[in-house]
Design a protein around this ligand. Sequence first.
Ligand code: ADP
Ligand code: MG
Length: 786
Amino acid sequence: ARPAAAAMVKETIRVYARVKPLGRRQQAGSYSIDNEEPLPSLEITVPRDLADGFINNKRESYKFKFQKIFDQETKQDVIFDSIAKPVAECVLAGYNGTIFAYGQTGSGKTFTITGGAERYSDRGIIPRTLSYVFDQLQKDSSKVYTTHVSYLEIYNECGYDLLDPRHEASRMEDLPKVTIMEDSDQNIHLKNLSLQQATNEEEALNLLFLGDTNRMIAETPMNQASSRSHCIFTIHISSKEPGSATIRRSKLHLVDLAGSERVAKTGIGGHLLTEAKYINLSLHYLEQVIIALAEKNRSHIPYRNSMMTSVLRDSLGGNCMTTMIAMLAMDKRNIDESISTCRFAQRVALIKNEAVLNEEIDPRLMIVQLKKEIQDLKDELALVTGKQRTSELSQEELLQLDELIETFLKDNDPDSSLDVGADMRKIKYSFVHMKVFFSNGDDSKKLLSQDISEEKNSNEELEKLKGLLQQRDNEINILVTMLKKEKKKAQDALSQLNATSAGSTVSEQSPSMSLEESQSPSRCFSLKEAKVFSSSVPRLSFLSRATGGKMSLGCQEAFEVFKRDHADSLTIEDNKQLLKQRFDEAKCLGEKLNDVRNKINHLKGKIIQRQIQRAALAVSNPSEELTFDPIEENLRMQIEEEKKSYKTVYSRFKGLKVEIEHLQLLMEKVKMKLQKDFEIWWSEEAKKFQHEKPEMVTSPNTVTVCPQFIRSSQHLSPISFSDTSRDSLNEDPAVKKNSVTFGSPTLKTRTPPSSTASIPLTGDSQADADILAFIKARQNILQKKG
Ligand code: ADP
Ligand code: MG
């Protein structure tokens, strides 16, 4: 028999659509959303003339059904509540879950899954889900939970572990490679993918940030990883009820898929991949798997064609609550792609899932269960072989039996049965019990066990009473000593009270007073508290390395200019302002908490005072009984009130803490990006300059980066060399060149980074010329120095 019951949920994959807000210069395409029952639909209209440009019979309007359609103005919290929360709930209940975002590059996949880099309110499904999950886990004390996270990037059929803690990856190849292993049961295992334990929201967010940073750093304009790779953030939860042998394990995959745009449109490098319609072959395989899953009676599903489909194998058709978000950009130029995204979504919506609870048995507890089973079997065997047991039934066993028999006799159901187990003694006892029951009649239902062990009982009773008496004696002694002490204390206190002003001296350690709640103000909140936030966020080592290191003056100046004009610096400024505001708020709340805490302490003091006074009174006047004291009761009520307000303020304080940490992470990320943009730009500029001065080129095959640049960029770059202390190497640029990442010859052919819009050079021409002149002059100076 399988001890763990397998629960199953069967439903089709839920497919949602989200329309990205239109850009300022984008022309709106024509579409309409109809919230009809039971499923809303999205209608896209393609103008005839445009349609005619393609195949003749191209339809004019297309209609697609979705679980729900979120139009442009939909905010991230709504997306989380309607799409992710139900999946997170399933995962908390022990099922697997997957949410994947599908759509062309720029349609908002990363924005939806991870979030925007600017505002706290823009945080996406991952941070919100983490927050929700940890909140729920904290609330549930009935189980023991363990949580881990992993973050996998798949690029070009290779898996990379984004949670590599070494922070040294400057290229994707530097990250640990993850490979797929299949066991004999055809289960997929990911070798080399680290599962990092996260015990709370903060730890999990730090891991997410680490992964996102690695993801960003590993990307070069050459590999365009963000549009061509899949990223899978997974939350692993295992739970166990105390004492139970079953462990539930569940996984929640949050998947940011590669861009779904077709090669024909992007026309990379002019040559098309003939074998696939997609820039991403693995997306093509994903579609094949989806088609196969949607078809009835298909026995073979081509999961093995790609790493992506292998990894998501049990998350697509199988054991999983799967949800897809079709990301749509509805401007005219992207409407074609959006239509094909919708088409894909319609196929996905046909797939049926069977989510099964993932339960396993804990071996230790299994042993306990087996032992019990062995005992039962032994009992049965004894019964069958007629072996008599001589030991007497214990008092407890007898009482249990009595109860069983009573319930059996009272039960009016003719089918009810009495099961006392395979123990002849118990069976015999039951018969005797029945006999007594019937001979005594209904009124005198005397329990047999009481008769049998009457003598034994009375002896026990006597012992018990003796013990109790001793206990009471002790208590009385203790109370008398206490009273004496109290009397002395009271006298002392009274004399002191007379000497000083009332309320100023209050004993802190009162044994009778305690704020029981875990949230009781155990610490003093001060300005320091707010500052602790910043230091509590572990800084990634390369950040300090990147900013703390020395760079050449020229490079530094250029960086200042670059920073000033970079679009992200606005974000940084905004966030700084916001952070300051939040810090102030936190400070305010911290002060409030202190106030409340002081108030509570003050009230506590008053109660103690009151008690001392009354104790003193009772001692000096023993006839007066200690009765209910309305004043003390009132004080207690006041404390309760204060505690309530403390709790509200505290929870706001905590929320603010999470927000501040998130903002800090966002800022770090933007700073990193700025730095990276600058390095790319700087190396491009350096190269341009070199092209203008061919005599500087040392050899036609080597990199055309001037030595000054290499020296300065070493310190600036978050990329670490294998051994920076080897000065002899540093001094020889010819040797160094080969190990500098942006010095790689391939750089020459690469297209400008997508973020060039934010680089001064693509702004107005006057500014561009200024910057170039500035760089040139700087280079000249540096070269002269060199
Ligand atoms: P993808 O990951 O699909 O390539 P992104 O998530 O990077 O696309 O989105 C492209 C740009 O559009 C980003 O700058 C992002 O901030 C912005 N964006 C996407 N969706 C939204 C949205 N719903 N609201 C505001 N900005 C969005
Ligand atoms: Mg993206």
